[in-house]
Design a protein around this ligand. Structure first.
Ligand SMILES: *Cc1c(COP(=O)(O)O)cnc(C)c1O
Length: 339
């Protein structure tokens, strides 16, 4: 299978699997796992924060960041297409008792003025605006990159109004690979930020959430409460370290392939609209003359190519470690056959 459904589909390489063999491990809940500690120190430095914590998934990074930085009844502000709202089964409501106020952005990114309008003035009646969340890159926006000035602007508006700020950096390293701006610079205005290891870095699971030492101490309590505390997690951390050492430099290859495929696909007559392709994600809409996205996906699967239907006529393609130029050519042949 040529699997372009998501960068979560990456299979750990043999070298990554071998990287776990000799690493020292210990009881992570007691902070006795040296490899996990090394990973957290490294990610904290990478993101420019005081401390960090390893969690099994990126979803848990988001949920803990919301949980620690809000009280029940508070409001969290985020863009309407974000992962926190659409793919976490209502976690913010169920786990933290918060309300969400959405902003309709463009390709997952909104304007500082929209944030200003969404923040509620202090009131005896209204929910309290407590936390701003942004996604870098914006997944359903098409892997779009928040420009640094805009990130700094929204973070400053939020802080001035007394909100905390959280960055879902599942694909932050893709943004850095595309622009050369460091992850720490992107995250500078944000109190908390995390990166996902199970996406482009190719590990089987894992997210590392970073913030102030005080925040991380509270995150440990939330992690324990939600069942995210682990034991010999150095096995996982070793694979994450391997991903940091070996799979960052190659991210630009994923972006090159995505741009190539986007150029080819954009030229097809049935393609009505394509979101900007800035990193490793391609999202496009087909016009009414094309078959339904679900049928195209099924037809291509029969030809050994997996892509995603994200609406009746919307398709998403993601490039990553396990798909090369040849897989891309196969995708184009299979797609054209369906149109
Ligand atoms: C994948 C993803 C998550 C969740 O990460 P998991 O490790 O799959 O739980 C959160 N936010 C964004 C933007 C994502 O793409």
């Amino acid at each position: 299978m040529r699997d372009f459904f998501s960068d979560t589909k990456t299979i750990p390489t043999r070298a990554m699997r071998e990287a776990i063999l000799d690493v020292p491990v210990g009881d992570e809940q007691k902070d006795e796992d040296p490899t996990t500690r090394a990973l957290c120190e490294r990610v904290a430095a990478l993101l420019g924060k005081e401390a960090a914590i390893l969690l099994p998934t990126g979803t848990l990074c988001n949920e803990i960041a919301v949980n620690v930085q809000t009280n029940p009844g508070d409001e969290v502000i985020c863009e309407e297409s974000c992962h926190l709202i659409n793919f976490e089964t209502g976690g913010p409501a169920a786990i933290s008792g918060v309300m969400i106020r959405t902003i309709a952005g463009e390709n997952g990114i909104f304007e500082p003025a929209q944030l200003r309008a969404a923040i509620r003035p202090a009131s005896r009646y209204a929910p309290k605006s407590a936390l701003l969340c942004v996604e870098q890159t914006a997944n359903m926006g098409g892997g779009t990159i928040w420009p640094l000035e805009k990130l700094n602007a929204v973070a400053e508006i939020a802080h001035r109004a007394g909100l905390a700020t959280h960055m879902d950096g599942a694909r932050l390293l893709n943004a850095s690979a595309a622009t050369g701006i460091s992850p720490a610079d992107y995250a500078a205005g944000f109190d908390t930020v995390w990166i996902d290891f199970s996406k482009a870095l190719g590990t089987p699971m894992g997210g590392v959430l970073a913030g102030s030492a005080e925040f991380i101490q509270e995150a440990w309590r939330a992690k324990q409460q939600m069942g995210g505390a682990m034991r010999q997690s150095g096995i996982l951390a070793a694979m994450c370290l391997y991903g940091l050492d070996h799979h960052i430099d190659r991210l630009s290859e994923d972006h090159r392939l995505a741009k190539y495929l986007a150029d080819q696909i954009r030229a097809l007559p049935q393609v009505a609209h394509m979101q900007p392709v800035e990193t490793n994600i391609i999202i496009f809409d087909l016009d009414d003359s094309a078959p339904l996205a679900a049928d195209i996906v099924a037809g291509m699967k029969a030809d050994g190519v997996l892509i995603g239907a994200f609406g009746p006529r919307r398709i998403r393609i993601v490039t990553h470690l396990d798909v090369d130029m040849q897989a891309g050519e196969d995708l184009l042949v299979a797609l054209k056959k369906q149109l």
